[in-house]
Design a protein. Sequence first.
Length: 83
Amino acid sequence: MRIDCKHVWEHISDYIDGEVDAELRAEIDRHLEHCEICSAVMDSTRNVVVLVGDGRVFEVPTGYSERLHERIEKEIVGASGDD
């Protein structure tokens, strides 16, 4: 079985969780040895899993929520005016 980038991306979550069979894992490993893009996607996905899973909470700067909501409102109004 030969896999391509699309196959790697379809199975990336199961691969990280250790839920792919040995044959598919070996094929993904071989693909990752030669594909810089998929290797970067795999590394990035692992980083996200680690960041989300570590349970830390970050405080947002004072006023951030208000500025975010104002910006979203402006974008919505601007988008609806383009019709």
